[in-house]
Design a protein around this ligand. Structure first.
Ligand SMILES: *Cc1c(COP(=O)(O)O)cnc(C)c1O
Length: 382
């Protein structure tokens, strides 16, 4: 029985292809070649160059933040952002288990422990309610910070992730975090071009981080960006990601343990070319999302995930929700066999061996979504 034939045909029609249709392929239709060739001609391909500065200005403007720091990838951006927010060894960081592994890894790199709380069903991202419940039960505000009464550890940050570009309930989450004096650091890796009440994701927390990996909405090959409205944190971020070198005409002076996390100019050139097209990519994807929404409205048993009230999604990876695990598995099998790439949402972080012993709450919504959410082809169509 071919249960999903109509869906496969619809996707093939939309992408005008009967060959392999990837989940998300990059499109280089602007000035990318010109800018990349520029860096070769200038010989400034590495860690110094005009495109690094330019890309930081472009991202600060797009995200409406005061300072952006270009980094080698989103994961290292998250690592440094947590460190800038004050997270240190032995702390706890609140996040969601329904995320890509980089979120949890970045927390781990700081020597702190992820605390996995449930997501909201409607956003698929960290639930303000779950955070509030956790803090009411375990939190204690002391002079040196907010502590977990049970573990004795400091709860040093809260890191929500805007799943597939759908913003979490930011007002409510910020309210909870503020009332417990816990800094918010947004994993906005998937949400460049997504807005909450007209304001760009990544600009709500003390810090936010975008990724420009090859599968994201725009790519620098590999790269990422830390954004913040705190100039001081922005400057510190630049310093930390550039080996903590003190400016000097010729001496090597480094005043703390820094990182070599700066984005190379070659990659920055690519992202500058890509960012010029962000608006047209967003419009292109929104059109596809609307067509999917209409189609799946007609199609029984499959729900297309649409942006919710007060939010604007970038529709980075489009997602459908199947009735149950069995239907999900059948859908994955049939679509992939027909060379139409689909992929289940991530396994929850506490199913992975390195995070199996971390604290987690009920995970009711996360487990429900884990069994039913599937991504479908979402590329910009040219
Ligand atoms: C892509 C991504 C990152 C960062 O990825 P990099 O490949 O290191 O740029 C972090 N978190 C999430 C949720 C992501 O999807």
């Amino acid at each position: 029985m071919m249960a999903f034939q109509d869906t496969i045909k619809f996707i093939q029609d939309k992408f005008q292809s009967k060959d392999f249709i990837p989940l998300h392929a990059p499109v280089f239709s602007g000035n990318e070649r010109k800018y990349v060739m520029d860096t070769l001609d200038s010989t400034f391909v590495s860690s110094v160059g005009a495109y690094v500065d330019k890309s930081e200005q472009m991202i600060a403007e797009i995200s409406q933040t005061k300072k952006a720091v270009a980094v080698v990838n989103g994961t290292s951006g998250l690592h440094i952002a947590l460190q800038l927010a004050g997270v240190t060894r032995g702390d706890e960081v609140i996040t969601q288990a329904l995320t890509f592994v980089a979120t949890a890894n970045a927390i781990h790199y700081t020597g702190s422990n992820p605390v996995f709380l449930d997501v909201d069903y409607d956003t698929m991202g960290l639930s303000p309610r779950a955070v509030s419940d956790f803090l009411e039960e375990f939190g204690e505000i002391r002079e040196s910070g907010t502590y977990n009464k049970q573990t004795g550890k400091r709860i040093a940050a809260c890191m929500p992730m805007h799943t597939f570009g759908f913003p979490v309930h930011l007002d409510e989450l910020l309210q909870v975090c503020n009332s417990w004096n816990i800094p918010l650091v947004e994993d906005a890796a998937e949400s460049l071009g997504s807005y909450y009440k007209g304001k760009h994701t990544g600009s709500f927390g003390q810090l936010g981080v975008f990724s420009f990996n090859g599968n994201k909405i725009v790519t620098s090959g590999g790269g990422g960006m830390i954004v913040t409205n705190n100039e001081n944190l922005g400057q510190k971020g630049k310093h930390l990601t550039t080996t903590a070198k003190v400016p000097h005409p010729y001496e090597f002076v480094h005043d703390e343990v820094g990182y070599n996390f700066r984005m190379p100019n070659l990659n920055a050139a690519l992202i500058c070319g890509q960012l010029e097209q962000l608006d047209s990519f967003l419009a292109n994807k929104r059109k596809l999302a609307n067509e999917y929404a209409d189609f799946f409205f007609e199609s029984q048993g499959i729900i297309f995930r649409k942006e919710i009230e007060n939010t604007k999604s970038n529709y980075w990876l489009m997602a459908v929700e199947l009735e149950d695990l069995e239907a999900r598995n059948a859908f994955l099998k049939e679509t992939n066999e027909a060379k139409t790439m689909t992929r289940p949402i991530w396994q929850l972080m506490y199913r992975l061996p390195m995070y199996k012993d971390c604290f987690r709450d009920s995970q009711k919504n996360a487990e429900n979504l884990e069994e039913r959410i599937v991504n479908i082809p979402s590329s910009v169509r040219v």
